[in-house]
Design a protein around this ligand. Structure first.
Ligand code: AMP
Length: 192
C-alpha cells in the first residue's frame, strides 16, 4: 500500500492537489474536513456538534476525527492506498493513525508538506470563500485563528514523521500544475 499524508496550512492547496493525485495514483481520498462537512450537510448530531468548533476556526475534538478515520479505513478494505488530507492535525491523531494502520498491517509511506506563506494562504482562503459556501472561509479573524492553531498544534506533528525520514517539504506556490508536478516527482521517487 502507498499511504500519503498531504500536510500543510489551511489554504495551501491540499484539497486541490489531492483530487489530482488520487486520479493519478488510485488512492482513496480521506479528508476529515470534507467528512465533517458531509455530516453538517446531513445535519447529523456529530455534524451539528463539529460545526460549533469549525465556525470558530477551532479543531474538532481528536476522538471525533479519529473515529471518522477509523470508520473510513474499515469501509475501504481493499484500497491500494490512502491519501490523508487535513489529518492528522495533532500529535494524538498522528499516534492514533499509526495504530490504525498497524492494525491493517500497513503504515505511512510519505508525508508531503506544501509550503505557502501566510499572506498568500489568507488571500487564497478569502478568495475560495466567495464560492465555497464555507463560513470559516469568509471571516479573516477565523482564518487567522486557523493559521495560529496550525502553527501551534499541527506544524509540530511534522516532527513525528521527520524522525522516520518520511517527511518532505514541497513548494506550494506557483501554478496548480507546477505544484502537482513537484508532488508527483516526490511520490514517484518514494515508489521506486
Ligand atoms: P479543512 O477542510 O481541512 O480546512 O478543515 C476545516 C475545519 O474542520 C478545520 O478548521 C477544523 O475545525 C475541522 N477539522 C478538519 N480536520 C480536522 C482534524 N483532523 N482535526 C480536528 N479538526 C479538524
Amino acid at each position: 500500500m502507498f499511504n500519503l499524508i498531504l500536510f500543510g496550512p489551511p489554504g495551501s492547496g491540499k484539497g486541490t492537489q489531492a483530487e489530482k493525485l488520487i486520479g493519478k495514483y488510485g488512492l482513496v481520498h480521506l479528508s476529515t474536513g470534507n467528512l465533517l462537512r458531509e455530516e453538517i450537510a446531513h445535519k447529523t448530531p456529530l455534524g451539528l456538534e463539529a460545526k460549533k468548533f469549525m465556525d470558530k476556526g477551532q479543531l474538532v475534538p481528536d476522538e471525533v476525527v479519529i473515529g471518522m478515520i477509523d470508520n473510513s479505513l474499515v469501509h475501504h478494505k481493499n484500497a491500494a492506498g490512502f491519501l490523508f488530507d487535513g489529518f492528522p492535525r495533532t500529535a494524538a491523531q498522528a499516534k492514533a493513525l499509526d495504530k490504525l494502520l498497524e492494525l491493517k498491517k500497513t503504515s505511512i509511506t510519505s508525508v508531503l508538506a506544501l509550503e505557502v506563506n501566510d499572506e498568500e494562504v489568507i488571500k487564497r482562503i478569502l478568495n475560495r470563500g466567495k464560492t465555497s459556501g464555507r463560513s470559516d472561509d469568509t471571516n479573516e479573524e477565523v482564518i487567522r485563528k486557523r493559521l495560529a492553531i496550525y502553527k501551534n498544534e499541527t506544524a509540530p506533528v511534522s516532527d513525528h514523521y521527520k524522525k522516520t525520514k518520511k517527511f518532505q517539504s514541497v513548494k506550494g506556490e506557483g501554478t496548480i500544475d507546477e505544484i502537482f508536478s513537484l508532488l508527483c516527482e516526490a511520490i514517484d521517487h518514494r515508489m521506486k
